[in-house]
Design a protein around this ligand. Structure first.
Ligand SMILES: NC(=O)c1ccc[n+]([C@@H]2O[C@H](COP(=O)([O-])OP(=O)(O)OC[C@H]3O[C@@H](n4cnc5c(N)ncnc54)[C@H](O)[C@@H]3O)[C@@H](O)[C@H]2O)c1
Length: 257
């Protein structure tokens, strides 16, 4: 079954630039109303103006939101609902890679993302008189493997993977599908931070080889749209790499029964 994006309302966090911006663009092309949201107000407003010119003023708004702030997240959901009537799709994309400021990184990549998922459920769950919906979380290949240069970033993305997969267990009663996308390196500002944090650990030859295989933001947006549209996607982790055909990441069960 195909979930029709046309006419739905989507919130994308951290979407002033990079992967989030590209996801907004694809959602708009599919006919959704979109809330662009970020801490970077100037870039967020520029991005929103760009989209309004292309897709119509009434279909896009910018709402400033720092995902580490409870009041900002509450305001994001309430303003989105006041503007468009309902929130159907949430893409928790905001994330940083900063090993030095690792506590902030955990607050953004993990705590802020989980709190946004909780608010999504509060508003969308049919148990709370919502109409159901879809949430896609930005994990990473870093959430599926170890990484010596950016250990806390890897831990944060393992958390996104674990939380998203665990939400699957209640999916049937909430009617909110949770999925995550796990991309390899993508050509954005964040990939530069990855490069810097790994310089002392990986040989520059290996870094250059890995960077020669960077994904484009369009690849990730395409994967996110697939996770939203194909209704069989629930509790899935979708691996997007330049080395193999994109596929679900399946962990072996550790339970003996
Ligand atoms: N670029 C990659 O190689 C790569 C690979 C796998 C996963 N990811 C994940 O994709 C997501 C997007 O990354 P990107 O590469 O587009 O990075 P980016 O740096 O280009 O964009 C991230 C956006 O998040 C915003 N942001 C930062 N802190 C915020 C906060 N507290 N609240 C709200 N917004 C905030 C930034 O202002 C920026 O606009 C991240 O979660 C990242 O971990 C990226």
């Amino acid at each position: 079954m195909t979930y029709d994006i046309k006419g739905k309302t989507a919130i994308v966090t951290g979407s002033a630039r990079g992967i989030g911006k590209c996801i907004c663009s694809d959602l708009l092309k599919k006919g959704a109303n979109v809330v662009v949201s970020d801490t970077a107000e100037d870039v967020g407003n520029e991005t929103t103006a760009e989209f309004q010119k292309e897709f119509g003023e009434s279909r896009v708004v910018f709402i400033r939101c720092n995902v580490t702030k409870e009041e900002d997240l509450q305001n994001l959901y309430s303003k989105a609902i006041a503007t468009f009537g309902y929130v159907d799709i949430v893409v928790n994309n905001a994330g940083i890679l900063n090993e030095e400021n690792w506590k902030l990184m955990m607050e953004i990549n993990v705590t802020g993302l989980i709190r946004s998922c909780q608010l999504a459920l509060d508003n969308m769950s049919t148990k709370n008189k919502g109409k159901g919906g879809v949430v896609v979380n930005l994990a990473s290949v870093a959430g599926l493997m170890a990484g010596e240069g950016s250990k806390v970033y890897h831990a944060s993305k393992h958390a996104v993977y674990g939380y998203t997969r665990s939400q699957y267990l209640t999916q049937g009663t909430d009617n909110v599908r949770f999925n995550c996308v796990c991309p390899f390196l993508v050509d954005t500002a964040l990939a530069q931070d990855w490069d810097n944090s790994n310089r002392t650990f990986l040989t520059s030859d290996l870094i250059e080889k890995l960077k020669a295989h960077m994904l484009k933001t369009e690849d990730i947006a395409e994967a996110v749209i697939f996770l939203i549209e194909d209704e069989s996607n629930a509790g899935k982790a979708y691996l997007v790499t330049p080395f193999q055909k994109w596929d679900y990441y399946e962990q072996p069960s550790v339970l003996p029964f």
